[in-house]
Ligand binder design. Structure first.
Ligand code: NAG
Ligand code: NAG
Ligand code: NAG
Ligand code: NAG
Ligand code: NAG
Ligand code: NAG
Length: 520
């Protein structure tokens, strides 16, 4: 971009910021097709701070000046109440709108995502989908009084709310500044990533660009697969401690780290890593001063976590974790007072199975065996794939609208299996005329060693600014072949992550410099 253009953009932004057209207090109800606005309340905030909350927001965001709008919506004939928050910068609006997603069982993160987005100059919005804000459990809304699933609530959470929220956010942006946003974006990870894919699949004209991290797509299948290691722990009556689990991951990393010619505690290509947990049987591990011998059953548990679930004849049902990924989220245990370990399912799968698949909040998911697992797996798929699966591979409408989709995921994601992401991408390629045609509008980046959403529990090269790469693609037509990344360790080495199926390859020179790598 030339300097003249830069400065004219800057002064335009400044002018827009100083002369927003409508007072924050006098915004009027937006028109949302199919919904009724119950109330709208705008309040100016000056020098506002959003406090840090790990792992979502690592440092506080302060000095925010914005118009804080709360819109309450309801739908005809229903008693639902949806809260949509819209934050509009009072100064230096950059002319763009960016909607933000949620996590686990929350449709929106509100301040945690709105803060950084407004700080970057965007107008922004977030919704609770009418199901309230509780990432940890769907218990307040999953079941109706008669014990049946509240499909309306699930539909609102799964997709309907994305549309309403974007319409409200864009309309209020236009009203406040007197001009429509030049570009509209989606940005989210995990559930937020799934919601971005909802937009690409169902509401193809809402956003010019969609940035998606570790998307919780294939929900009806992958969430059941998260339970599998617990099934095997029960079957084997073996509950490896976190120390033993770390030993398995560390051993895989030690064995496969150097395959790419760089010793950096990062497995560059897990598919090339042939470590199997059975290699470690009989080895002694020092756990808090106690010698523990790795048993065959412990190896069986870990092997299952890496392979993913199978049916009763051994056919794969879904994917597993990559070698080197942290195991203690899905193979988690809890200690009784006497020190004995027992299984401890991850809350997303535990709650999903209880409330939606079995429809009994008192159900104990530790009772699932390898046979009942298969029934529950298919029940989840049959009952819910069309609602929350978000795995529709036909993106032609999004493509026709000129939309761009940038997806990324850590290869050491400990919760959402990267194999499922490849599965989706492969299906899109098949439907959209091959890899090259797909790359025209959808690029996928895998980040070796990186954990779920790049929260930072592992050593890997976390992409610096995937969202910025998307903006550059949408606004300047520069499709990214690679994205700069920084290794999450003391040295903060510079790397690149490459557009799938390429991977960063070491070509010699300083291993801490991005210039020593190329996509191949
Ligand atoms: C509007 O929001 C402000 C700030 O949150 C609050 O103090 C006020 O009570 C709200 N007004 C209405 C009518 O809800
Ligand atoms: C803004 O808030 C910070 C605390 O977050 C405070 O230190 C600073 O003095 C405030 N600035 C103004 C201009 O009020
Ligand atoms: C979901 O939205 C529909 C209308 O779109 C409404 O009828 C229903 O009450 C909502 N349910 C909940 C729980 O928000
Ligand atoms: C693992 O289990 C412990 C209880 O032993 C629990 O406090 C922790 O939250 C669990 N971790 C995850 C990621 O579920
Ligand atoms: C330890 O406590 C658990 C649960 O309270 C119990 O099932 C187990 O039998 C106890 N083990 C021993 C060795 O006492
Ligand atoms: C699995 O659990 C079901 C239901 O509890 C039970 O009927 C079945 O016998 C169990 N299968 C095995 C192999 O233990």
């Amino acid at each position: 971009m030339n300097i003249l253009l830069l400065s004219s953009l800057a002064s335009a932004a400044l002018a827009a910021g100083q002369t927003h057209k409508t007072d924050c207090q006098h915004l009027t109800a937006p028109n949302v097709p199919g919904a009724t606005v119950l109330s709208i309340n705008g309040t100016e905030r000056w020098n506002y701070t959003v406090p840090a909350l790990r792992p979502f927001l690592l440092s506080p965001v302060s000095g925010l000046n914005f118009c804080d709008v709360t819109v309450l919506l309801t739908h005809a004939g229903a008693k639902d109440q949806v809260t949509v928050k819209v934050w509009l910068p009072l100064q230096d609006w950059n002319g763009r709108f960016q909607a933000n997603g949620g996590s686990a069982y929350a449709a929106g993160e509100f301040d945690l995502t709105l803060g950084p987005t407004v700080k970057a100059g965007y107008s922004s919005s977030s919704t609770d989908a009418g199901v309230g804000f509780n990432p940890e459990t769907p218990s307040p809304w999953a079941l109706k009084a008669d014990g049946s699933v509240d499909f309306d609530a699930l539909i609102n959470f799964s997709y309907r709310s994305i549309h309403d929220m974007a319409v409200v956010g864009k309309e209020l942006t236009a009203q406040f500044y007197g001009t429509k946003p030049k570009y509209s974006y989606w940005n989210g990870c995990s559930t937020g990533g799934r919601q971005g894919m909802v937009a690409a699949q169902r509401y193809p004209d809402l956003f010019d660009g969609i940035s998606v991290g570790a998307p919780a797509i294939n929900w009806a299948k992958y969430v059941l697969a998260e339970q599998w290691p617990q099934v095997i722990m029960q079957q084997e009556q073996t509950f490896p401690s976190s120390c033993e689990l770390k030993f398995f991951s560390d051993t895989a990393i030690a064995e496969c780290d150097g395959l790419d010619g760089v010793k950096d505690r990062i497995i560059n290509d897990p598919e090339k890593c042939h470590y199997t947990p059975y290699q470690s049987v009989g080895q002694e591990v020092d756990c808090d001063g106690k010698k523990v011998t790795i048993t065959k059953s412990a190896a069986t548990v870990v092997a299952n976590a890496l392979q993913g679930p199978v049916d009763t004849s051994g056919r794969p049902l879904w994917y597993g974790l990559n070698a080197g990924a942290p195991l203690d989220s899905l193979v988690n245990t809890t200690a009784a007072v006497n020190g004995t370990l027992a299984g401890y399912p991850f809350f997303v799968n535990d709650e999903w199975i209880k409330y939606f698949v079995v429809r009994n909040p008192d159900y104990n998911t530790l009772e699932i065996n390898a046979t009942t697992f298969v029934d529950l797996f298919w029940k989840s798929y049959i009952d819910y794939d069309s609602t929350i699966g978000t795995d529709e591979a036909d993106l032609s409408s999004f493509h026709q609208h000129g939309g761009k989709l940038l997806m990324w995921q850590g290869l050491s994601d400990q919760l959402i299996f990267p194999g499922g992401t490849v599965d989706y991408r492969t299906r899109v390629e098949r439907l959209m005329g091959g890899r090259h045609k797909t790359n025209d509008f959808f690029r996928l980046f895998f980040a070796p060693g990186v954990d779920h959403c790049g929260f930072g529990s592992t050593i890997g090269a976390i992409p610096d600014d995937p969202f910025g790469a998307l903006v550059n693609w949408v606004e300047h037509g520069k499709a990214p072949d690679s994205i700069p990344a920084t290794v999450n360790d003391e040295a903060k080495a510079k790397r690149i992550v490459c557009a799938y199926p390429q991977r960063a390859e070491y070509i010699g020179g300083d291993v801490n410099s991005a210039a020593s790598f190329r996509c191949a």
